[in-house]
Design a protein around this ligand. Structure first.
Ligand code: PEP
Ligand code: MG
Length: 588
């Protein structure tokens, strides 16, 4: 079989973008172009009438968004649908409305021009922040701006398209994505947008393959073209040749076969051929993924990244909101365990403080920030405790580097328990508390940390970055971000042994746990719990069921004395070949 490279090397009909939502689809294109708004900035005489028109347009926009919000609530989990609630709130923002009305009064210009100018200033500020998250939110605001202007110009709202097509567009607002999905859209391709754009989040949640950030799809692709979207690798193929179609139909067949054989594994244990049982848990970024967690046969949630709630809502949810979200999660998963991680804010994640740090990754991040902001931390602790009454909730602290941090957090947890007891709120008195081991100092002191808590969880994403002194998001040094560096492997082995010495549970929840190449090694090092993306669980189970623990242990022993990453990778690949195990990456 020819490889992708062989078939597509010279091909000028391919576009490469960001793989935003997995899946492969071949279908006709619907080029979704939004009419370019022409803004009239002519002077006006009657400012009262202009303000009245503005208010009417605002109300109509609210009605439209409210409709979208209702559909979103039906199709998605509440936290995701909250994107639209947040947009509705902007339409109610008294400062924004006040500014627009007073500018209409003062400047005596068409309201559409004032709306355009005022909201564009907000967006400019967001774009200038140079943060991908803020850039994506500026795109959401674009939707609100255009909506009000379209309603001021009394133009129609396009929400219907030809069904069963792949939508190709310059960019898609969350509202477009939701409305278009009602026409049985098969896939999405956009010129702009990153992984955190809501169009990407919504596509993943609706299970529609998507490739975003392609830069020039709308220029290269025409309405009615046939295209292939590969949401696993971020490829778009325009009017594929016979050979290319055969290649992708082959991929589709293998994908279906794999999914079929994997679904048969759903109720089988993740057990090695010599009987060692491994617990597979799921990492959850947003509550909408729970269906996936359940259908893929996870034994619980090993990491719920609560900071994602902030990313989606753009603000801190109230104690009631948090309690509702965590309780929902706990009851949907009951009696399986749910590990809720305290907000890991800082670094490259959600920012809420108005200061910049010279080295954010080495700054006020995770537990450090929470201990500096006790109110935020205690609100979250109280919500997690309130959600724990059925005893299936665990609470985990991110970025811990000293025992003192654990002791301080424990005091706050005790204080919250005391408050809740006084308030007669039920909670699990013995809710298990754990820490993430993701900083070298925590790894070295794993025994001491484990002795303070109920469990440890290794966050390899950060542990590798801090151990190798290499920014996990910096392309220039990505070659040094080595998952299989001997120092990483030996550190993992040390942490696992320390946890066993302290007789405490240990899991691993970094991306490495879901890398099929790493699984035999992790199992051989003695790791019994892996927490990975829900959709990778069947793939991991397949590998575990095809290896023996004793062989995996010998493999780990060999890797522990290697000197370079290349030597370790060579041993791992040989292990797969010798035991005739195929890796998913090589199948699809
Ligand atoms: C990790 O660092 O491995 C981890 C799981 O945390 P995050 O990726 O959220 O930083
Ligand atoms: Mg981390």
């Amino acid at each position: 079989m020819k490889s992708f490279k062989q078939i597509f090397k010279e091909a000028d009909n391919k576009i490469v973008g960001i793989a935003a939502a997995p899946g492969i689809v071949i279908a006709k294109v619907y080029l979704f172009t939004k009419e370019k708004l022409v803004i009239n900035d002519s002077p006006i005489e009657n400012t009262e009438e202009a303000k009245q028109n503005f208010r009417e347009a605002l109300n109509k926009s609210k009605k439209e968004l409210d409709k979208i919000f209702q559909i979103a609530k039906e199709k998605m989990e509440a936290t995701r649908a909250a994107i639209f609630e947040a947009q509705l709130m902007i339409l109610d923002d008294p400062i924004l409305i006040g500014n627009i009305e007073s500018r209409i009064e003062k400047e005596k210009k068409q309201p559409e021009y004032i709306v355009f100018d005022e909201i564009s200033r907000y967006q400019q500020m967001m774009i200038l922040s140079h943060e991908p998250y803020m850039n994506d939110r500026a795109n959401d605001i674009e939707d609100i701006k255009n909506r009000i202007i379209r309603n001021l110009q009394k133009k129609r709202w396009q929400s219907k398209i030809i069904s069963d097509t792949i939508v190709v567009s310059d960019s898609l607002t969350p509202a477009d994505t939701i409305l278009l999905s009602r026409c049985n859209v098969k896939g999405f391709v956009t010129d702009h947008g990153g992984l955190t754009s809501h169009a990407a989040i919504v596509s993943r949640s609706l299970n529609i393959p998507a490739v975003v950030g392609t830069h020039n799809s709308t220029k290269k692709i025409k309405d009615g073209d046939q295209i292939i979207v590969d949401g696993f690798h971020g490829y778009v193929i325009i009017n594929p040749t016979e050979e290319q179609i055969i290649f992708f139909t082959g991929k589709l067949d293998r994908l279906m076969e794999l999914q079929q054989s994997l679904s048969e594994l759903k109720d089988q244990p993740a057990q090695t051929s010599d009987g060692k049982e491994i617990t597979l848990l799921a990492n959850v970024d947003v509550t909408g993924e729970i269906d996936l967690v359940i259908t893929n046969g996870a034994k619980g949630i090993g990491l719920f990244r609560t900071e994602q709630i902030l990313e989606e809502m753009g603000e801190f949810p109230s104690e009631e909101d948090q309690t509702r979200i965590y309780s929902n999660l706990a009851s949907r998963m009951y009696p399986s365990p749910v590990t809720i991680r305290a907000f890991d804010i800082g670094g490259d994640k959600f920012k809420f403080l108005n200061f910049t740090e010279p080295n954010p990754f080495l700054g006020l991040r995770g537990i450090r920030l929470l201990l500096e902001n006790e109110k935020v931390f205690m609100t979250q602790i109280r919500s997690v405790l309130s959600a724990s009454k059925n005893k299936n909730v665990l609470f985990m602290l991110p970025m811990v580097s000293t025992v003192a941090e654990i002791k301080k957090a424990m005091q706050l947890i005790e204080h919250c328990k005391h408050q809740l007891r006084e308030e007669k709120v039920q909670f699990d008195k013995h809710m298990r508390i754990g820490v993430m081991v993701e900083v070298p100092s925590a790894a070295v002191l794993a025994f001491e940390l484990a002795s303070e808590v109920d469990f440890l969880s290794i966050g390899t994403n950060d542990l590798i970055q801090y151990l190798m002194a290499v920014d996990r998001g910096n392309d220039l040094v990505s070659g040094l971000y080595q998952e299989f560096h001997p120092a990483v492997i030996r550190t993992l082995s040390h942490i696992i042994k320390d946890a066993a010495r302290a007789d405490k549970l240990i899991s691993i929840c970094g991306e490495m746990a879901g890398d099929t190449l790493a699984i035999p090694l992790l199992v051989g090092l003695g790791m019994k719990v892996l927490s990975i993306a829900p959709t990778t669980i069947p793939y991991a189970k397949r590998i575990i069921r095809s290896i023996s623990f004793s062989k995996a242990k010998s493999l780990a022993d060999e890797c522990l004395v290697c000197k370079t990453e290349a030597e370790i990778i060579e041993r791992l690949e040989k292990f797969f070949a010798d035991n005739s195990i195929t890796r998913t990456r090589n199948i699809i």
